[in-house]
Design a protein around this ligand. Structure first.
Ligand code: SF4
Ligand code: SF4
Length: 464
């Protein structure tokens, strides 16, 4: 992308006008001889970004297919890290989402807008659509040079919008897969289901995606997205930023750094501009230009405006961003939070058993001269295999459970509400309120639960 940058560009000053107002020309130092053979080193930020963008695109497409993250609305399930969470497990869903939010916030504090520049799907697809449009334009200008300008303009529009239309259908499909099972969604699409809620949502998302990547693009970042504004609050003097430092005043005013910036800003004005996504493209641009003069880039990644440059020799913990007590505390919180979540997931049983008393009626006395109490039970099999649940009573002499079978089957994915009664012979218990335990055993995985319950007997005068 920097192939057009050459020495003629610099010495003759034949450079396109910048999108921003001109700044006063900086005083120049006498520059050394231009090195025409200078090559941008193999690993530059542009290349790093392209690799990460490709990896992120694959992750974005594959996450819902492998249940790594999906909020399945029709099934009311939340898939996270391969676990299937039911909507009634709200606490663990809530804390998982809060963890993700906390990580994004902490990363912003440490590494600035690295998410915007390297990971955000909006930025990835916006840049991809711009690059694609530029390539199409070059191709048409090269192969249809004899056509009129108007004709080439129309050819360009038709080609770009057609490809973006197809890409929007695909991206909308992937996006909706985060809320509807992808195979289910595919068959709905294949059967041209566009009248149900899913179909209408799909059509709407496709249209929005098309409008976004055809017209809005990076304008979304400075108009709609609140993340850039949040960054102003989260960052401090030790946050990683892209900044301009010219201690020897040797900037040649080539404005290459402005022209490569997709956000259309001049980083020399300030490292804290709301539009700057810290992508590092201007670092590469300046490295290329100043490299030709045998000088280092004037634009760098640095820890804060006056801090060390990224990669500068320092203790390892400072190099990874742990530069003050606040950051160490944030890392410690993330570690503890992640460990707690892992423990919560590991303690989660695939079959959920809940037992509670039904106190609509305290008790009833049967014709068989036994006293009955009613209980409610909910069984939810969140695993992939069928299971069975059996109950046992402890601490209630002569108690009998009224159930058709004490091996209650519960199929994978099923949730069963049940009511059952426990009875004891009248006059068998000394107190009106009697504490006892119900043990549940899930087979085949052998999970046990114990529920502390109370059994209500009639008051003395009723017994007589
Ligand atoms: S100023 Fe530099 S780092 Fe900031 S958005 Fe533009 S190219 Fe990226
Ligand atoms: S690319 Fe470097 S030398 Fe050129 S204008 Fe920007 S800061 Fe100055």
């Amino acid at each position: 992308m920097y192939a057009e940058a050459n020495t003629t560009e610099i010495t003759e000053g034949g450079i396109a006008a910048p999108p921003r107002a001109e700044k006063p020309v900086r005083p120049r130092k006498k520059l050394p001889v231009i090195n025409k053979d200078f090559q941008l080193e193999k690993y530059n930020w542009h290349r790093v970004r392209r690799i990460i963008h490709l990896a992120c695109f694959l992750v974005f497409v594959l996450l819902p297919f492998f249940n790594v993250m999906r909020f399945d609305i029709p099934r009311q399930r939340f898939y996270f890290a391969g676990f299937e969470l039911w909507i009634n497990e709200f606490a663990i869903i809530f804390f998982s989402l809060m963890f993700l939010l906390f990580v994004v916030t902490a990363v912003s504090m440490l590494y600035g807008r690295v998410y915007c520049g390297y990971l955000c799907p909006q930025m990835i697809f916006s840049e991809a659509s711009i690059n694609f449009e530029e390539k199409i334009k070059t191709f048409i200008n090269k192969h249809f040079a004899r056509k009129s300008l108007q004709a080439r303009l129309w050819m360009n529009r038709v080609a770009v919008y057609s490809v973006l239309g197809v890409a929007s259908v695909f991206l909308a499909f992937v996006f909706i897969s985060y809320f509807v099972e992808p195979r289910d969604l595919f068959w709905r699409l294949a059967s041209l289901d566009i009248v149900t809620a899913g179909g209408i949502a799909g059509a709407a998302v496709t249209l929005i995606t098309f409008a976004d990547f055809a017209f809005l693009r990076q304008r979304f970042c400075t108009t709609v997205c609140p993340y850039g504004y949040l960054q102003g609050i989260l960052g401090d003097d030790n946050t990683l930023v892209v900044q301009y430092r010219d201690p020897k005043q040797i900037c040649v005013e080539c404005k290459k750094c402005i022209r490569v910036c997709h956000m259309g800003i001049d980083i020399r004005e300030s490292p804290y501009q709301i539009e700057c996504i810290h992508c590092g493209e201007c670092v590469d641009a300046c490295k290329l230009i100043m490299g030709k003069f045998g000088e280092d880039t004037l634009i760098h990644y640095a820890w804060g405006e006056k801090g060390e440059l990224l990669g500068e020799k320092a203790k390892w913990y400072r190099r990874i961003g742990l530069r003050d007590a606040k950051r160490i505390a944030v890392f410690a919180i993330i570690f503890v939070y992640a460990t707690s979540l892992a423990v919560a997931f590991s303690m989660r049983h695939s079959v959920l058993v809940r037992v509670s008393p039904n106190r609509a009626t305290l008790y009833r006395i049967g014709d068989d001269n036994r006293v009955y109490n009613t209980f409610r039970m909910t069984l939810a099999n969140r695993g992939k295999n069928d299971a069975a649940v059996s109950l046992a009573i402890d601490g209630l002499p002569g108690a009998v459970i009224t159930l058709p079978s004490n091996e209650i089957p519960v199929s994978a994915g099923d949730s069963i509400p049940r009511e059952f009664e426990i009875s004891v012979p009248a006059n068998s218990l000394p107190h009106e309120i009697n504490h006892f335990k119900i043990h549940s055993l899930v087979s085949p995985d052998g999970t046990k639960n114990t529920f502390e319950e109370t059994f209500v007997m009639p008051v003395e005068k009723e017994k007589r």
